[in-house]
Write a protein that binds this ligand. Sequence first.
Ligand SMILES: Cc1cc2nc3c(=O)[nH]c(=O)nc-3n(C[C@H](O)[C@H](O)[C@H](O)COP(=O)(O)OP(=O)(O)OC[C@H]3O[C@@H](n4cnc5c(N)ncnc54)[C@H](O)[C@@H]3O)c2cc1C
Length: 389
Amino acid sequence: MPINVDVAIVGAGPAGLCFAKSLADAGLKTLILERQAETSISAPDFDGREIALTHYSAQLMQELGLWARIDANEISPLRDARIFNGSSLHSLNINHRDTPQGELGYLISNHLIRKAAYDAAKSSSMITIKSEVQITSIKTSANSVELTLDNSESIQTKLLVGADSRFSETRRAMGIAADMHDFGKVMMVCVMDHPVSHEHAAWEWFDYGQTLALLPMNGMRSSVVVTLPKQDIDRLMKMQEEDFNREISARFQHRLGQMHLTSTRHAYPLITVYSKRLIGPRFALVGDAAVGMHPVTAHGFNFGLKGIATLSTEIKAALAANKDIAAESLLMRYEQAHRRHTRPLYLATHAIAKLYGNDSHTARLLRSSALRLGSRISPFKRAVAGLLA
Ligand SMILES: Cc1cc2nc3c(=O)[nH]c(=O)nc-3n(C[C@H](O)[C@H](O)[C@H](O)COP(=O)(O)OP(=O)(O)OC[C@H]3O[C@@H](n4cnc5c(N)ncnc54)[C@H](O)[C@@H]3O)c2cc1C
């Protein structure tokens, strides 16, 4: 006998867990299928990612019961943002006074978000998590989807959701293509302390030959992000701690004084993904499986939460009207809305990453004039601040 559920979600990452919680709160029986062991999702290790969250995401995390599970000392306010170009000390400043909330957003470690999402999901009797399993076959009919797992169990569901990362195998199994772009660079992330205060400002520094970012954490420490070709990141990852501290302080031109590593180092290849379709018959993609952003504009999980809110609002409305929760028209509305919310910033982020990753003479001229122009136009700055908020 197959296990019967309303919704089956592939992937117990932050997107899959949050989506399950949102549906469970509406009374839907939800099953999450995860290929990793339960211990790696119940107590995830630090993975180097510090996630910048908008006010809207913070509100959704409160509604889903994640926010209260995170120690308030681990939530760092993000007041201002400074964008530097080349060796210039001049920066485009996005000020917290440009937002109604008085802060641009918040910063929380990814492993703490994942743990809070797992604990919130586990607190619901409507959610079951099956770990160390993979789907071996998917059969869609007019009224349901039948899944077979590698342990021979079968599942019957009204809606199947892929939340299994930007390299989603469920997306591929459903025959959905995706645009992928490999920037040919790798991003290294770690936490460092420093004697000069960050004043709770995030830095994005498009230097020549490297891109640096600094995300301000509570206390005199920051998440440091260095983007370089793979062989340079490999060297930084293996470097002795004292040499590493010296090299990173120099790369930041000692603007924060002598910096010291206080965490493990993690590397992520820069590959972005935009799925050609976000839906199929009784199927939808959420999180990075739908839109895998370039981290430079810090919108990946923010978009993940936005998509979850859009799709679950549609599903809750169908439920209230006693209609099919996986109707084609419902899924189409989700796809259109989520593309509208994400596509412009996805394309703009690509353009920024390509221009500011290019050191040719023409690009250097364009880079500095674009930044100077942006810093003089206050509606532009307010628009950026609004996007962040
Ligand atoms: C360096 C870095 C910095 C970032 N900074 C920010 C930021 O500041 N702000 C922001 O909003 N976003 C940021 N992001 C993006 C954010 O981390 C992601 O958007 C988010 O983690 C994606 O969550 P997800 O659940 O969609 O996918 P994932 O976290 O990738 O989870 C996918 C889950 O699916 C499971 N899975 C995969 N395949 C299968 C399968 N076949 N069967 C079963 N299970 C499977 C995996 O084991 C995993 O548990 C950053 C990303 C990086 C790399």
